[in-house]
Design a protein around this ligand. Structure first.
Ligand code: FAD
Length: 329
């Protein structure tokens, strides 16, 4: 049994791993990928002490710091979590089970799916959920975008400059986001829009070939080389229902010590009900969750207060009262 397992290898999870492993906790990070949303930020200018960096460089530095203190990182997806005795058991999509005394949930937000037939089968085969990352691969080719909001409009702007042709599908009259940017994109001759449309199916044999939509009351098949989905981000916490308390948006409710409603389970970063979602906030929440996990484990092991490089919080007194959740903002 590990001391602590961190779910998610984004900024929150890796920051938590630095603090856990530096306190000699046996720490495993399980992440679907390394970096999370920060990889989509080509430039971050507001991380204190770092005037300008790419999200990629920032994440690689945090990862190196975590590994240097002994944190282990493995790539997998956590699909289930249950409390067992004093500890927790996590199950992954590769059918492995891991157990630990404490868990830090730091798995951020994930791009919203279309939830139509064909999507799951063709994921990663011509369907992208990150235009900034994959747009350049479609230079001079035909693309179809299902996109709304700021991300949707910015993606359309990028694709119409890269691709030979862009078909842009959205479910309402306008896609939302910046109206002037929207106007400038639709004024281009290589852009065709399908407002008030419903996506019915993603088609393709071995890779994406076409998108079936309902437009003006009729079915329409749009053939393209690549499909981009930019429908915003969601917290995928369904597997935690009944384990920890969630809010109406599915975010994990935490108190000011990053404790969830379940003992020994902590949470940090964008996956929580913290209303501000930023890199430095994710990092600092990862640290708070790590300190709380450390204190929890120290008490479980009956070691009381171990040597620590921070002022000890009297969180155990609060534990009696149960977590004090933030009031909604
Ligand atoms: C385009 C863009 C630009 C941004 N620019 C800035 C900026 O300039 N400044 C700033 O401060 N912030 C910026 N942000 C916000 C910032 O990137 C996020 O707030 C921060 O990265 C959140 O970190 P996180 O670790 O909480 O979550 P995430 O970055 O979402 O990381 C979570 C990780 O967990 C993984 N995961 C998900 N589910 C599971 C699972 N079940 N099992 C295992 N792993 C899982 C994910 O794959 C991911 O790697 C930007 C975000 C985006 C998208």
């Amino acid at each position: 049994m590990r001391d602590v397992i961190v779910v998610g290898a984004g900024i929150a999870g890796l920051s938590a791993a630095i603090y856990c492993s530096r306190q000699n906790l046996d720490t495993l990070v399980i992440g679907k990928n390394l970096g999370g949303q920060a990889l989509l930020a080509s430039e971050i200018q507001n991380y204190p002490g770092v005037p300008s960096t790419s999200g990629f460089d920032l994440v690689r530095k945090i990862e190196a710091q975590a590994r240097s203190f002994g944190a282990e990182i493995t790539f997998d997806e956590v699909v289930a979590l249950r409390k067992e005795g004093e500890g927790c058991v996590l199950k992954t999509s590769s059918d492995k089970e891991h157990s630990s005394l404490a868990v830090i949930l730091a798995f951020g937000k994930t791009p919203r799916d279309l939830r139509v037939p064909g999507e799951d089968r063709l994921k990663g085969k011509g369907i992208s959920y990150c235009t900034i990352c994959d747009g350049p691969l479609f230079k001079g080719r035909t693309t179809v975008l299902v996109g709304i909001g700021e991300h949707g409009v910015e993606s359309a702007e990028m694709l119409c400059k890269i691709a030979r042709k862009l078909y842009w599908v959205f479910p309402s009259k306008t896609p939302g986001g910046d109206p002037s940017l929207f106007k400038s994109v639709v004024s281009r001759s290589n852009v065709e829009v399908f407002p008030n449309s419903k996506v019915l199916e993603v088609r393709g044999d071995k890779s994406f070939e076409s998108l079936l939509i309902e437009f003006n009351g009729e079915e329409r098949e749009i053939k393209a080389d690549g499909l981009f989905v930019e429908m915003g981000y969601v917290t995928k916490t369904e597997f935690l229902r009944g384990v920890v308390e969630l809010n109406e948006r599915g975010e994990i409710k935490i108190d000011r010590a990053c404790r969830t409603s379940a003992k020994g389970i902590f949470a940090a970063g964008d996956v929580t009900d913290m209303p501000y979602k930023q890199a430095i906030i994710a990092a600092s929440m990862g640290v708070i969750a790590a300190l709380s996990a450390y204190n929890y484990i120290a008490r479980l092991k009956g070691k009381g207060e171990m040597r620590a490089d921070w002022r000890h919080l009297k969180v155990e007194e609060e534990e009696e009262k149960g977590p004090l959740f933030f009031a909604p903002v």
